[in-house]
Design a binder for this molecule. Structure first.
Ligand code: SF4
Ligand code: SF4
Length: 409
């Protein structure tokens, strides 16, 4: 049996090497929070204060809609197995286009690089999704769309290719109709074929237009029902001519669906499959995020005990109703973009208190009560920053904390 945990220790060394090559441009499947050298310097400057951000968020995730046409097993909003996960103003169903335009204009001034479109629903259900992409492109952002792939018909596929979207990540939790049924309770298994057809259409449209974009990533959320099908999933992605394959552990939503997560023994089996898949993908030169996935499993539920969180300096998420939160699993509201500018929120008292809290020695206890951080999706980003910051943190005592917002500029 492959000792995949030994491999993890090697991954740790690789993570160090990643710090060295932190400025290297990477495609979205591996890393969405790309930052320039200037932004990284500003990030570490802000970390010295422990509360202020001297650069805007590198990437912003924007929720486009609350509506969805399917029911994923692990969806925090639409899963039949999850309750009590609809915070904020649920009356607003779709993102307001004018508000998004205002966000783009402000993010331009904050030098944000990437906009990720997703949702508490399926983004392609937004009646003006392609206008949103167009607005983001006009403002110069790199654009990423996360979709369930069920609406990829000929018209939408053509629009996607024409839109110059940089990356589309199609989330498919199954590699067969039978697996689909178990991962999408109450959803017709016919959607499996619909998604496969959509991926075919996308590959053909790119081919016929000789278009390099969008980069197509096929994404699997790993759980009890599908962890033994990694090989089939990779084969499916190759057959669909996807540019990359990505994986993530199931988010158990405050343990509500913990029974669908993997046991330790199953994680070992998964590790072996992932290493095999990595070899295959390497030989075919298909991109993947397997090292990162393994690292997330290693971090597991106790992510705070491994690496502190620095997300408050790197990224944020805007919900459909304008609520700004630090990341998706952490639903602490930092402010509302309907009422304040992002700049005011980004360095306002709530965000500053949040940053102080996540760097405090007792942060894990405090955060455990408020955010569902298990299998954190920003673990690799946090690890990269931590490799530097752990040496810098004693300097905080020397520099002290600025006292007012006027020191931020
Ligand atoms: S596609 Fe997305 S929004 Fe819809 S049920 Fe699945 S996870 Fe939830
Ligand atoms: S999930 Fe938790 S640890 Fe991860 S980025 Fe969000 S707040 Fe930080």
């Amino acid at each position: 049996m492959t000792d995949w945990r030994k491999y993890l220790r090697k991954c740790d060394l690789q993570a160090y090497n990643e710090v060295i090559r932190i400025g290297r441009a990477q495609t979205g499947v591996v890393q969405q929070n790309m930052a320039t050298l200037y932004q990284k310097l500003k990030l570490f400057h802000g970390l010295l204060t422990r509360e202020i951000a001297f650069a805007g968020p590198f990437a912003v995730t924007v929720d486009v809609t609350r509506r969805c046409n399917i029911r994923c097993l692990g969806c925090a909003i639409h899963s039949p197995y999850v309750t009590g996960q609809a915070p904020h103003d649920t009356a607003t169903q779709d993102l307001d286009v004018n508000m998004f335009g205002r966000l783009c204009r402000e993010l331009q001034t904050m030098n944000t690089n990437t906009l990720v479109f997703c949702g508490d629903g399926e983004p392609l259900l937004h009646p003006r999704m392609f206008d949103l992409i167009q607005l983001a492109h006009s403002a110069g952002f790199r654009t990423v769309l996360l979709t369930n792939g069920t609406l990829l018909d000929e018209i939408k596929v053509r629009s996607l290719v024409d839109s110059r979207l940089d990356l589309v990540r199609v989330s498919l939790w199954a590699s067969s109709p039978d697996e689909f049924k178990r991962n999408y309770p109450g959803t017709s298994a016919d959607y499996f074929t619909t998604i496969i057809n959509g991926l075919h259409l996308l590959a053909s449209a790119k081919n016929s237009q000789r278009a390099a974009s969008p980069h197509v990533a096929l994404h699997l959320v790993i759980n009890r029902h599908n962890f033994q099908s990694i090989d089939s999933f990779v084969d499916l992605a190759i057959e669909m001519r996807c540019d990359s394959v990505s994986f993530s552990p199931l988010h158990t939503i405050f343990d509500q669906i913990a029974s669908y997560g993997l046991l330790r023994q199953e994680e070992n089996l998964l590790g072996e499959q992932l290493l095999r898949a990595k070899e295959k993908l390497r030989s075919l030169e298909v991109e993947h995020n397997i090292d990162e996935t393994i690292r997330r499993y290693e971090a597991g539920a106790n992510v705070w005990k491994k690496v502190p969180c620095y997300v408050g300096w790197m990224t944020c998420r805007m919900k459909v109703d304008g609520t700004i939160q630090p990341c998706n699993p952490c639903q602490l509201p930092m402010g509302n973009f309907r009422e304040q500018s992002l700049g005011e929120i980004w360095n306002g008292p709530v965000y500053r208190a949040f940053r102080e809290m996540i760097l405090a020695p007792n942060s894990s206890r405090v955060m455990d009560e408020r955010c569902d951080c298990s299998f954190c999706c920003h673990f690799s980003d946090n690890l990269r920053v931590h490799r530097f910051y752990k040496w810098m943190s004693p300097l905080c005592r020397v520099f002290g904390k600025p006292k007012t917002n006027s020191e931020v500029s």
